[in-house]
Design a binder for this molecule. Structure first.
Ligand code: GCO
Ligand code: MN
Ligand code: MN
Length: 388
């Protein structure tokens, strides 16, 4: 067994909709046979994943009868028990049905908004029944093509009301469940509200129970917006809000590509893995991606194994970075502190402000410092390219 084989403690998860993706796109029909949820659980166990996540309707069709629902859920639970897979996260499909064409919690029609709540209440029950501890909200249809149709401020009010209602419900039921909001700038709507992780973090503080609500940042979504994903993740971590993460890959400026983790922007993927490992993130590492449309049944397994393997290789590279004597020597020099300004630590005081105003800085020397980031970056690249 190589050290790149996934283990339960790696907390690698996939959605039913990820390895279950049939390759359908706006220009073409399915290229792969649809797998049942039970088959997907077995596939994930075969490739070594720890968990499986789901939207309500990935498991239970939207028009299933109560008896059908119970049978499907029982079969699924048996597959989980047979394989040892867990369900750490659940979510609601609030985008697929035509009822949600103008949004769910932010739709103009109060009946649609109420239906979205009704559907989510039931889906929360289902998620908790399966053991989920994190509940994701991705508002794919929460947005507009034309801003003549609704006020963005009204829409946010509606979204806030819905989340407050659902937080109260979760508390009322005594569920051990946290919410994680997932931002995306566009697709399928032309403009989706709260388009970035940073926007979500600001919004969370306006909720009645902000401590219950965090974020689920996704690589592809911040890349679609041309942003540095690791910086978004770091902000979420700093705020104590990194409840979940969606890993995949994506070039800037493209449609939602959902590629295998690390498939495109390997250096960004490295800094992300290094960040997660350095800070000790211990939530799910969820791959929200799917195989290329060129792939069949074996290709889907190659895809899933590739996501996990690349993560583990990058984790090893991060450990190497942290031990590399040349890299560490450079970092030590970069962060060197002669201690002269040590008295500034520990926050403001009137005396400190006075003393600082009178301090004589050698501005010229500060500007002349050669920072050696070129060398540091080249060493990082060489490490990633496998020659160190
Ligand atoms: C997307 C999203 C979704 C969500 C999923 C769970 O771009 O389609 O990333 O895959 O993550 O709906 O909330
Ligand atoms: Mn996505
Ligand atoms: Mn996602």
């Amino acid at each position: 067994m190589s050290s790149y084989d996934p283990k339960p403690e790696d907390r690698f998860t996939f959605g039913l909709w990820t390895v279950g993706n049939t390759g359908r796109d706006p220009f073409g029909v399915e290229v792969r046979k649809a797998l049942t949820p039970v088959q997907i659980v077995h596939l994930l166990a075969e490739v070594g994943a720890w968990g499986v996540n789901l939207h309500d309707n990935d498991l239970v069709p939207i028009d299933a009868t109560p008896a059908e629902r119970d049978r499907i859920v029982a079969d699924f639970k048996r597959a989980l028990a047979d394989t040892g897979l867990v369900v750490p996260m659940a979510t609601t499909n609030l985008f697929g049905d035509p009822a949600f064409k103008d949004g769910a919690f932010t739709a103009n029609d109060p009946q649609v908004r109420a239906y979205a709540l009704h559907k989510t209440l039931r889906a929360i029950d289902l998620g908790v029944e399966l053991g989920a501890k994190v509940y994701v909200f991705w508002g794919g249809r929460e947005g507009t093509e034309t801003d003549s149709s609704k006020s963005p401020a009204e829409a946010l009010k509606h979204f806030r009301e819905a989340l407050n209602f659902l937080c109260e419900y979760t508390r009322d039921q005594g569920y051990d469940l946290k919410f994680a909001l997932e931002a995306k700038p566009n697709e399928p709507r032309s403009n989706i509200y709260l388009p970035t992780t940073g926007a979500m973090l600001g919004f969370i503080e306006t909720l009645d129970y902000p401590e219950m609500v965090g974020v689920n940042p996704e690589v592809a979504h911040e890349h679609m917006a041309g942003l540095n994903f690791t910086h978004a993740v770091a902000q979420a971590w700093d705020a104590g809000k990194l409840f979940h993460i969606d890993l995949n890959d994506q070039l800037f400026g493209r449609y939602d590509q959902d590629f295998r983790f690390g498939a495109e922007m390997i250096k960004q993927a490295f800094y992300l893995v290094k960040f997660l490992e350095d800070v000790g993130y211990n939530g799910s590492r969820h791959f929200d991606a799917h195989a290329y449309r060129t792939e069949g049944a074996e290709g889907v397994k190659d895809f899933a194994r590739g996501c996990m393997r690349t993560y583990l290789i990058l984790k090893e590279k991060a450990a190497r970075f942290n031990q590399d004597p040349d890299i560490q020597a450079l970092l030590q020099a970069i962060h060197a502190d002669d201690g002269l300004l040590g008295w500034l630590a520990g926050g403001y005081s009137r005396d400190k402000a006075q003393r600082l105003k009178g301090w004589d800085f050698d501005r010229g020397a500060l500007g002349r410092r050669d920072l050696r980031y070129e060398k540091l970056d080249q060493l990082t690249i060489e490490l990633l390219l496998g020659v160190r």
